[in-house]
Design a protein around this ligand. Structure first.
Ligand SMILES: *Cc1c(COP(=O)(O)O)cnc(C)c1O
Length: 518
């Protein structure tokens, strides 16, 4: 215990040593020494006070703090009140003004710069008109949670340090376990996004099946050619670059064909290889296809393979009764990844992973260090830091927990069902206007192209350019079955009927320009 005496004892040797720095070798008289000691102490205290005065700027006094907060809040409200007028995309990449300046600046100037160079350039993820890539979210109540989390700065890595913050993370994980049918004793983690969540899952698969050293070259991974590229990235990061990856043939709906998977596994076994991991997608980025999860689960069970499902984009559609059939079998996966910053419309910075086998995930992430002894002595509670490469982390549980408690689940489910219907609506409009469509989509991603041109790829590429120049609604492109196609991905929570109608008008407007050009 610190009784004040201890503190003095800590300081004194330092003060006693100070004068020695100035000694010229001869011993000082006792009184002079005492004087020097007093002076040094005074100087030290003066120095502390001087630094403290400057440091105080980091803790603005109440009036200034409220003033700054008001300006930022006003900016946020103005932004949100007018977001419906915003384009999905603003061309432009001017960023020179964002370099740090040598002088301090006022909040107003900084916010003006924010509007001009940050908000009004590139994709507008919070707008209704973001129908490109996989759209983002940005619900307001989640931003309020982030504000609180940052002001109080709770520590969410270890239960001992932040029991409340960790309890909130675990509450979110428990809810995810429930909706994906994972057992209570499975583990999970809220990560920065789907990429890190996939990294955690794949590392667990590697460790569970002891894929290391010479085993790597023989340990086979099976997945779809439409798997998200962060999977390949993860495999390289965790040292599985040399593991053979079988990119399977897909069916007409761009899903893994379970028969093809089974045959490939058998062929590899006969060749003396060690099949160990199947990576399914519940909603691919290209086409939103959901692989046949239940059939894959059957295979993985009989063949003893790790069954991973990347549901970063599509996972939350499991909340929609009309789609639950598609997700049958996900509850049998060894690991699942889902992105609340996609399908729950939260601001960027939150992914989630569930792993059935807690030992597998702790093998690579749980670590005991002497300086952590207080944290571990307490109890056997699983800390977020034990299941993730992160130690100190953003208190990101709150940005999920607060909206779920404030709104309930129903508005999230309704938003997801609406997105599925809007995808159908957009496809109808496109078809009525003579565009060709990709197959009936599983979820809310689809694609189209204009067929009636001498060189359809060149035509559609030009159409894509015009759409980006227009910017009203953001669409993106891909190459599917060798064909250049334009994708529609409907997942932004603000996207509604009028957005789809505006998008159709925009596509026709841009097509007219292409017709003039070609
Ligand atoms: C978005 C996405 C990822 C990557 O997630 P990030 O949150 O961007 O890191 C992985 N897989 C799928 C299917 C995705 O849609």
């Amino acid at each position: 215990m610190d009784n004040g005496q201890g503190r003095k004892n800590q300081i004194r040797p330092f003060l006693l040593n100070l004068p020695q720095l100035f000694r010229s070798g001869k011993a000082n008289k006792r009184s002079t020494m005492h004087q020097t000691e007093e002076n040094a102490k005074e100087q030290l205290l003066e120095n502390i006070d001087r630094q403290a005065k400057v440091r105080a700027q980091l803790d603005p006094e109440s009036t200034l703090r409220r003033n700054w907060t008001e300006q930022v809040t006003e900016f946020a409200h103005h932004f949100t009140d007018h977001i419906h007028q915003w384009n999905g995309y603003y061309p432009g990449t001017e960023t020179a003004e964002l370099a740090l300046s040598d002088t301090v600046e006022d909040m107003g100037t900084l916010l003006q710069r924010y509007e001009k160079y940050i908000s009004r350039q590139g994709v507008s993820p919070a707008s209704a008109g973001h129908l490109g890539y996989i759209p983002g979210g940005g619900i307001y109540t989640s931003a309020l949670a982030d504000y609180l989390a940052a002001v109080t700065n709770e520590y969410a890595g270890i239960h001992f340090a932040g029991p409340g913050a960790v309890a909130i993370e675990n509450a979110c994980i428990d809810w995810l376990k429930q909706i994906f049918g994972f057992p209570q004793n499975s583990v999970g983690n809220l990560s920065s996004g789907g990429s890190i969540a996939n990294l955690i899952a794949l590392t667990s698969a590697r460790d569970k099946h002891r894929v290391k050293g010479a085993a790597i070259e023989k340990s086979v991974i099976y997945t779809s050619p439409h798997v998200h590229h962060c999977i390949q990235k993860s495999l390289r990061i965790i040292g599985l670059e040399e593991a053979p990856i079988r990119l399977l043939k897909l069916d007409n709906g761009h899903r893994i064909d379970a028969n093809e998977l089974e045959q490939t596994i058998q062929t590899d076994r006969k060749a003396g290889l060690n099949p160990f991991l199947v990576i399914a997608s519940a909603g691919t980025t290209d086409t939103g296809a959901v692989d046949p999860l239940n059939a894959i689960a059957d295979l993985c069970e009989t063949e003893n393979l790790w069954f991973h499902t990347d549901a970063a984009y599509g996972g939350f559609f499991i909340l929609c009764p009309e789609k639950q059939q598609l997700f049958r079998g996900i509850e049998r996966a060894d690991s699942v990844v889902v992105d609340p910053h996609k399908g729950m419309f939260l601001p960027y910075g939150i992914g989630a992973v569930l792993v059935r086998d807690r030992e597998a995930v702790m093998h690579s992430n749980h670590y005991f260090a002497n300086y952590m002894q207080d944290a571990f002595a307490e109890h056997e509670m699983i800390n977020p830091a034990d299941v993730s490469p992160e130690l100190t982390k953003h208190f990101r549980g709150l940005r999920m927990w607060l909206p779920l408690n404030l709104h309930g689940i129903e508005p999230f489910r309704a938003a997801l069902s609406e997105k599925l219907l809007l995808t159908q609506y957009f496809r109808q409009l496109l078809s009525q206007n003579g565009f060709m469509l990709g197959p009936e989509p599983d979820l809310s991603v689809s694609y189209f192209w204009w067929p009636d041109a001498k060189d359809p790829d060149a035509y559609n590429e030009l159409l894509m350019k015009e759409i980006h120049r227009d910017g009203r609604v953001m669409l993106s492109s891909s190459r599917i079955d060798g064909r250049y196609v334009i994708r529609i991905a409907i997942l932004a929570f603000r996207t509604g009927r009028n957005t789809v109608e505006e998008a159709m008008e925009m596509v026709l407007r841009c097509k007219e320009r292409v017709d003039e050009l070609m």
